[in-house]
Design a protein around this ligand. Structure first.
Ligand SMILES: [Zn+2]
Ligand SMILES: [Zn+2]
Length: 684
């Protein structure tokens, strides 16, 4: 049976992306969701659909808390920093949200409380005693990522709320076997207290029917249906934590992060509505009606989006998701993404700050493999795709057509549209529409490449370089068609390569609406004869071999260092060469430690008062796990004194102690002692 086409549509569409935890830098794994979603939104705009695109940072939950503890800052300081990072980096990737908030915004707190109260009122929440792990050594209870143990389903080593290295199932508090504290490794004891449960089991019938009809990727639906058929347990929605949204009714508990995270899709829409000064506009998506909610997520959060979320919405009388689009995960050189094992590619350090064009990465992320399959990232395959497909096929055709036209005609020559070329463009529009309807964007980028190849063949077989000498009018005819195809391509590529499309649009000398506002069907209209071609230059540049080599070395080193650290071996990390001028900027001096105290509530931090000759400085160091305060007191050691001041554990630090890692004892740091040298003596 052929499925009805859902797009284009007159109904308003809201597209959302799974929220990144504001606990670390953006890496390539994140892009598997945000880039396809942004491409999808831009494609809908090209199809005249009224579409809004929202996202935000997840600031709650144990991922943020544990990262804040490790960094010695409070959770708000941590999330503010990384939220800003996301706000800065998304535009640099040409990912254009209509609103990007945080789950700690007042709108989200208010909406979460409203929904939980509605669920309470409708009888979907009840209290129950729960046995959960407690660490006597750390003096706290251990929700979610604070505990590790054995998955009760597949027996892999798992996190408290998720079997992250095995079967991928969501785990309920108390379910994990042989729990141990994830922070200190101690075995745990069980404490019992009252928690609050959402009656997920009473939504089984609803979910079975809903999941059969929801649009999106099949794999999300089928996984979720499998879980429903196994039978659903009720869901514990509270945690014994200080950080998060307080549970309405018992303020000593906070809501589980997966309660308020998806609700942010709604509150981010409310923030957007306020921003455009139409405060009720969010309702067109979220109150039952024609609005369509389309959630782009990673496959690791299907459980939350296909089971918890529709049930929460149903139980509080909101609109239900129209489509759930789950993408495959990113692997690095065929290894699962893992920061600790070095299998990570950072968006800023490894890509954007190397001067690489975001559009090439966007194209790669969408075109490398199907939406639901895992993507195995390597810089080698990235360079290969960029150089053959984007430079060799697409860029080559655009440059040849525009350069040749400019040289011999200066502007678009007169001509009529070749019917077979027009047929190809019509076909492409159809294929692109299918790709949107199937949420399979590789189909769309493959079609771009096909049209570019059609262009190259057309140019090659008509030989305008010969025609220009024999029959200039006929040559003009050919170039008119070639330029028409360049225009079609500019429109087609805009959703995936908005920056490159802008450049081609300028070279085409197009006036009127900018390329981002041009609709798909305009690809069928040739540019007006007489339009001046402006400075044709290659629009895509090759990834050169030296750059590729240096990128590979960065990743090699990172994996090598991580592997060695796991085995407890020292490793020589190759670092970049610096100039003598750079070295001379370091102000290294002898400093005498006059005071040394533990920073309260921070396990690793010591506060030093250091005499550096000219003055006394406050310097924070992370050596408290290795030295008692009186072991450092009175010592004269080497300090870097012109490091920019930084708040560590809430105290401003004005410098850094130089320590050396003991080669046969990784993780053991020895201060470089210069006892007997007068404070302030300079090192070089
Ligand atoms: Zn512990
Ligand atoms: Zn498992």
């Amino acid at each position: 049976m052929k499925k009805l086409k859902n797009y284009p549509t007159k109904d308003p569409v809201l597209v959302t992306c799974g929220l990144p935890y504001a606990s670390g830098q953006m890496h390539i794994g994140h892009l598997r969701t945000y880039i396809p979603a942004d491409v999808f939104v831009r494609l809908l705009k090209k199809m005249r659909v009224d579409v809004t695109f929202v996202c935000g940072s997840d600031t709650h939950g144990t991922p943020v808390l544990t990262a804040a503890e490790a960094a010695g800052v409070n959770p708000k300081e941590l999330y503010t920093k990384y939220n800003q990072h996301y706000l800065d980096v998304f535009p640099r990737l040409n990912v254009a949200f209509d609103n990007y908030g945080t789950t700690d915004d007042p709108e989200n707190i208010a909406r979460t409380i409203q929904i939980v109260k509605e669920l309470q009122k409708n009888g979907y929440i009840y209290p129950k005693e729960l046995d959960s792990p407690y660490c006597d050594n750390c003096g706290r209870s251990l929700p979610d990522r604070y505990v590790r143990g054995e998955c009760p389903h597949c027996h892999a080593d798992a996190r408290g709320d998720e079997c992250d290295q095995g079967c991928g199932r969501y785990l309920e508090p108390g379910e994990i076997l042989n729990p141990r504290c994830a922070i200190c490794g101690s075995p745990t004891r069980t404490i019992t207290r009252t928690h609050y449960y959402f009656k997920l089991s009473s939504f089984e019938g609803f979910l079975k029917e809903y999941l059969q009809n929801v649009d999106g990727t099949k794999i999300a639906r089928n996984y979720a249906l499998g879980w429903v058929n196994e039978g659903l347990k009720d869901w514990c929605i509270t945690r014994d934590l200080d950080w998060g949204i307080k549970y309405p009714g018992d303020e000593s508990l906070t809501l589980y992060v997966w309660v308020d995270a998806p609700i942010h899709y709604m509150s981010s829409t409310e923030e957007w509505a306020k921003k455009i000064k139409k405060p009720d506009e969010w309702k067109k998506f979220w109150l039952p009606g024609n609005g369509r909610l389309v959630h782009f997520i990673g496959q690791d959060i299907v459980y939350h989006h296909c089971l918890f979320w529709p049930s929460m919405l149903k139980g509080s009388n909101y609109n239900l998701p129209f489509a759930i689009v789950a993408s495959g995960m990113v692997k690095i050189r065929n290894h699962n993404f893992s920061r600790s094992r070095g299998y990570v590619v950072w968006i800023l350090d490894d890509y954007l700050d190397k001067g690489l064009d975001p559009d090439y990465l966007r194209y790669y992320m969408v075109s490398f493999t199907g939406q639901t399959r895992d993507l195995d990232f390597s810089f080698t395959s990235f360079a290969e795709k960029t150089n053959t497909e984007l430079v060799g096929t697409l860029g080559n055709f655009v440059y040849r057509a525009l350069h040749f036209t400019k040289k011999h005609f200066d502007s678009v020559p007169k001509g009529t549209l070749d019917s077979s070329l027009k047929g190809e463009v019509e076909k492409a529009i159809e294929v692109i529409t299918d790709a949107v309807n199937e949420y399979e964007l590789k189909k769309y980028t493959d079609e771009i490449l096909r049209i570019a190849s059609v262009g190259n063949e057309y140019f090659q077989s008509n030989q305008p370089w010969a025609l220009v000498k024999e029959d200039k009018a006929k040559c003009g005819e050919v170039l008119f068609n070639a330029v028409a195809l360049v225009k079609a391509l500019a429109i087609f590529i805009e959703p995936v390569m908005p920056g490159v499309a802008e450049t081609i649009w300028k070279q085409l000398g197009q006036k009127g609406p900018d390329i981002h506002k041009v609709f798909l069907e305009e690809a069928l209209e040739a540019p007006k004869a007489g339009t001046k071609i402006v400075n044709p230059e290659p629009v895509i540049s090759k990834i050169d071999d030296d750059l590729l080599e240096s990128l590979k070395i960065v990743i090699d080193n990172r994996i090598k260092v991580a592997e060695a650290a796991q085995k407890g071996e020292p490793v020589m990390e190759e670092k970049e060469t610096i100039s003598f001028e750079d070295f001379k900027k370091l102000d290294l001096r002898a400093g005498k430690i006059l005071k040394c105290e533990k920073v309260p509530k921070k396990d690793k931090l010591l506060e030093l008062e250091v005499d550096i000759g000219s003055e006394k400085r406050t310097i924070i160091t992370g050596l408290a796990d290795q030295y008692k305060p009186d072991e450092l007191l009175g010592m004269t050691a080497l300090f870097l004194t012109n490091l920019e001041p930084k708040k560590i554990g809430g105290i401003e630090s004005h410098g850094m102690i130089i320590a050396i890692e003991k080669g046969d004892e990784p993780g053991r740091w020895l201060p470089v002692r210069v006892d007997g040298v007068p404070p302030g003596s300079k090192a070089a």
